[in-house]
Design a protein around this ligand. Structure first.
Ligand SMILES: [Zn+2]
Length: 401
């Protein structure tokens, strides 16, 4: 089975539109993947997530390993059966969360993808060739996660797409550490693929993870090592730099290594979801993205709007919206906008900490990014990506497609 089909390529940049075929259905790309970290897209029902236009969600191996545990989830046929989502699911390997306990990184801030409230309270005890020992934030017990253990957990979680276990190299280490860490990640890649070849569930795809920090030679070498392995797809992880220009450069180091014979391997960019980053990422040839940003912002009273000057955000908790009769965003089809709810009401809900407010803004933010990705995809298919990207960057919303 060829998992990924490229339908169209843009003439001016490296963007492509495609279809990723999984055991639980197709994912049309480029696509954003909402987080279902703890087997729920916080506040939403699976049917609501699907109605917003999403075809795949991302579950978190680390958190689900600790609670409720893979054995229980497996009994329900995996995360999908457990949470009632019948579409494709990707699981991360737990590497990012485990290592986030030990390293605070600038990359995390850039990516708006902190390990989640719980991940921070645990502690990393030792990083060894065999795996990582850490203290669970759930019950304080010592736990161990290895490449094989991560793959076995993801097998039990029944995801369509598993990520290999890697060390998420932090931003604040030197080149020498980055190199040694990246080499270990490559050895772990082979161990993950070896385990999966023997025990992995049928139909589960495996993505390798590119590391190498911000160093061009290390990134390129890591990319070609991962691409040449038996993995089905390539995810780009780790520290991508201190600011956006560097992030784009580092992503470019990787995607440029993925042409030719590796072009048919789908590419995922881990933890990136800002509007301008999604547009640039698509131009650089990324197929899928995940990020905590839209759902987390929504839970905290911030909505995504076509306002590049303010990072496409509006904080509805601010006093200026207290009496605003303005709707949130004209043309948006989410429940909050389609019903014409006022910013005053949404502001009130957010300031009062009402669940309905968190739900409405989560749905709006996901609808906003779904519209962006749909537009970018249509732009690639129509040979008009340049204009679509320009409109969005200038604060447009929903081109006439
Ligand atoms: Zn909306």
């Amino acid at each position: 089975m060829t998992a990924f089909t490229i339908e169209a390529r843009d003439g001016a940049c490296d963007a492509r539109a495609g279809v990723l075929a999984t055991a639980h259905g197709d994912v049309r790309t480029p696509a954003f993947v909402p987080l279902a970290t703890k087997a729920t897209v916080k506040g939403l029902l699976p049917a609501e997530v699907a109605a917003l236009g999403y075809e795949m969600v991302l579950g978190n191996t680390f958190h689900l390993l600790l609670n409720p545990g893979p054995e229980l989830i497996e009994r329900f046929g995996g995360i999908g059966g457990f949470m009632g989502w019948d579409g494709p699911i990707v699981t991360d390997s737990g590497g990012f969360q485990v290592f986030s306990m030990g390293h605070g990184t600038v990359a995390e801030e850039i990516k708006s993808s902190q390990a989640g409230a719980g991940g921070r309270a645990g502690a990393i005890l030792a990083i060894e060739e065999d795996g990582v020992r850490f203290r669970s934030y759930v019950d304080g017990r010592e736990r161990f996660l290895s490449p094989e253990g991560s793959m076995a957990t993801q097998a039990a979680l029944g995801s369509d797409l598993a990520l290999v276990f890697d060390e998420c190299t932090p931003f604040n280490v030197d080149r020498d550490y980055t190199q040694r860490s990246t080499e270990r990640t490559h050895r772990w890649l082979e161990r993950c693929l070896g385990w999966h070849a023997e025990h992995g569930p049928e139909g589960q795809l495996v993505y390798g993870i590119v590391q190498g920090g911000v160093y061009e030679d290390l990134r390129r070498e890591s990319t070609s090592t991962v691409a040449a392995s038996a993995c089905d797809g390539v995810a780009i992880g780790g520290s991508l730099g201190a600011e956006k220009a560097q992030m784009y450069e580092v992503v470019g180091y990787a995607t440029r290594e993925l042409g030719g014979e590796y072009e048919r391997k789908p590419r995922h960019l881990l933890g990136i979801g800002e509007v301008d980053d999604l547009i640039r990422g698509v131009e650089l040839g990324i197929d899928t993205f995940d990020c905590a940003m839209p759902t987390r912002l929504g839970r905290h009273g911030t909505a995504l709007v076509p306002d590049p000057e303010n990072r496409w955000r509006v904080d509805l908790k601010k006093a200026r919206w207290r009496e605003s009769e303005e709707s949130l965003l004209e043309g948006c089809e989410c429940p909050a906008c389609a019903d014409g709810l006022s910013r005053a009401y949404l502001s009130y809900l957010a300031r009062a900490g009402e669940l309905t407010g968190a739900r409405l803004l989560t749905m709006h933010n996901l609808a906003f990014l779904a519209t962006l990705m749909k537009d970018l995809r249509a732009g690639i298919l129509d040979g008009d990506l340049e204009n679509v990207a320009r409109e969005w960057r200038a604060g447009g919303f929903r081109s006439e497609r």
